[in-house]
Unconditional design. Structure first.
Length: 57
């Protein structure tokens, strides 16, 4: 079984934005995720929303 290769990216995020991301949800599972995992969730949710809008057009 081969592993998918994942690229790494660097982001500069202000302390205020980090706090906003950390606290944008209040469910327990969100609190358990690492910051990187939270970013991935938010990015993929946004991409899916955008893809949904374009497929309906």
């Amino acid at each position: 079984m081969s592993k998918a290769v994942m690229a790494r990216y660097s982001l500069e995020i202000s302390d205020d934005d980090k706090k906003r991301i950390e606290s944008c949800r209040d469910d327990l599972s969100w609190k358990e995720l690492s910051f990187g995992a939270k970013l991935r969730v938010l990015v993929f949710e946004r991409v899916e929303a955008l893809e949904g809008k374009t497929s309906k057009s």
